[in-house]
Ligand binder design. Structure first.
Ligand code: ADP
Length: 476
């Protein structure tokens, strides 16, 4: 029997363009599903996408997206990469920019037009193609769920996945006209959000099924604390909402075969060479002291305030701390001040894939004090590299990291240090517990080894998506 066709749409896909975990998921989930389903992945063609490196060429297809009386030209590009078919949507407004969404700390003012074009292009592909399912990801694709409903020629069912509810794509009501969306949709049940237009709401309200990236986050977003103003709307739609925990690409994140490492390794003992090399490079002293790393976006969500407030106390402990990331300027300044005041805190600004791998390999612990975390990939990458995560017990962190106190050999999940209150005191207490655990070399080594052997791959986890696709395809 011919495999069912699925169009998987995302605004970023690794290795073509990436600002966060969505790109990782949009790369590895379709690849894992591609055996059972015939996947096409569609994303915008940004200026930074390397056409030559990936053999991306025009497919010969071009069309015009008509919105609100304006025509926007679209040219399709394509390539095959690791057995998956990719389509890239090129259009001047969408493509000819330096950043994906805008410079740090603000989005482009015309993002609603840009991702309106993208959503219309997704629906145009659906019209042409015999797809059974459209898997739409995050607000940038949200409008496509609404447009599909309005278009009788589209047969595909829709699945909308929320990767982070904090980014919703909210625009002035006047944009409705620019986007050519009928005013019948501008209601509380539709896309209206406090007098404005909300793309995420379009995805949630109009898609046939909605998922988010961990079961805990699926429950949390029904509450005012985590619902970002959409908790009531999500509760209304809870019948079609579920949580599926993310996996990681275990081929890309493989300490044994990682070309970015000084000394690839299979067992935790192999980390020592990577740790010395990293300490030497950063000027940190003391290979016997536990090394804590933080890798991520410098934003409120990632618990930067907790981290910065706790760092001076953490730095007094017998340990080293290394931080890599970029983001809001205020956090840059505050982190710089702490790093300058403490010789055992090193700080690197920027986005550096290779360096992040070397840090996972060198680290004994990964700090992840996120205030909320839809799923989080870093903690799973860390466990795969034999570093124990120190996590705030929320969302996907609660689902993927079990507290070390309950560690028993043979259990299937990964273990780390977990703390419940989002306070600097609780974070500091967790770091103290980590330092203590590090002193118990046998126990620490056993847990690190157990974590390295856990299965965080998409092979198993993608099956939940396959089951949903099947339900959707059969529902029509
Ligand atoms: P996010 O909320 O940013 O999507 P995730 O934990 O889901 O967080 O995914 C983050 C991904 O980005 C991981 O692959 C992580 O290693 C990577 N990453 C984050 N910041 C950096 C950085 N400064 N340099 C290299 N990789 C980074």
């Amino acid at each position: 029997m011919a495999r069912r066709r699925v169009l998987f749409a995302a605004s970023e896909v690794y290795p073509f363009a990436k600002t966060g975990g969505l790109a990782d998921v949009a790369h590895s989930l379709p690849r894992a599903l591609n055996g059972d389903y015939d996947l096409t992945v569609v994303m915008p063609l940004y200026r930074g996408v390397d056409l030559d490196r990936f053999g991306i060429v025009p497919t010969g297809e071009a069309f015009e997206v008509n919105m609100g009386g304006e025509g926007y030209p679209v040219t399709l590009y394509g390539c095959d990469y690791e057995g998956v078919e990719y389509r890239f949507v090129a259009s001047p407004l969408l493509s000819e920019r330096d950043y994906l969404y805008g410079p740090p700390e603000c989005g482009y003012a015309d993002n609603m037009t840009r991702f309106g074009i993208f959503s219309h292009a997704i629906v145009e592909l659906l019209r042409r193609g015999g797809y059974a399912v459209a898997h739409l990801n995050d607000w940038q694709c949200g409008l496509a769920a609404l447009l599909m409903r309005d278009d009788a020629s589209v047969e595909a069912k829709s699945l909308f996945t929320i990767h982070n509810l904090a980014y919703q794509g909210v625009f002035e009501a006047a944009c409705l006209k620019t986007l050519g969306i009928g005013s019948e949709h501008f209601t509380m049940e539709g896309v209206e959000f406090y007098g404005r237009l909300n793309f995420m709401k379009a995805g949630i309200g109009y898609a046939d099924r909605v998922t988010t990236v961990s079961p805990s986050y699926a429950r949390e977003i029904l509450t005012p604390e985590f619902g970002c103003g959409l908790e009531g709307y999500l509760r209304h739609h809870r019948g079609k909402l579920s949580g599926i925990v993310n996996g990681i690409d275990t081929r890309h994140f493989s300490p044994e075969h990682d070309a970015a490492l000084e000394a690839p390794y299979r067992l935790p003992s192999g980390k020592a060479a990577n740790k010395s090399a990293f300490l030497k490079r950063t000027g940190l002293k003391g290979a016997k002291k536990p090394l804590f790393v933080f890798i991520g976006r410098f934003t409120w969500q990632k618990g930067l305030d907790l981290l910065i407030d706790a760092l001076p106390k953490i730095a007094v402990l017998e340990c080293n701390v290394a931080i890599l990331g970029e983001g809001e300027a205020a956090y840059h300044d505050r982190l710089k001040a702490v790093a300058e005041a403490h010789a055992n805190v090193s700080l690197e600004f920027g986005y550096d894939e290779g360096l992040s791998h070397r840090m996972y390999a060198a680290a004994d612990f990964l700090l992840m004090p996120s205030l909320f975390e839809p799923c989080g990939l870093n903690q799973m990458i860390a466990m795969r590299y034999g570093a124990l995560p120190v996590v705030h017990r929320v969302g996907g962190l609660a689902d993927t990291v079990l507290p070390v106190e309950g560690y028993a050999p043979g259990s299937g999940d990964g273990f780390g240090i977990a703390f419940s209150a989002a306070t600097k005191r609780a974070l500091f207490g967790a770091v103290q517990r980590a330092v203590e655990l590090y002193g118990d070399r046998r126990r620490f080594g056993a847990i690190a080894r157990h974590n390295m052997e856990c299965d965080f791959s998409w092979e198993e986890r993608s099956k939940a998506y396959a089951a949903l696709y099947e339900q959707l395809a059969q529902s029509g």
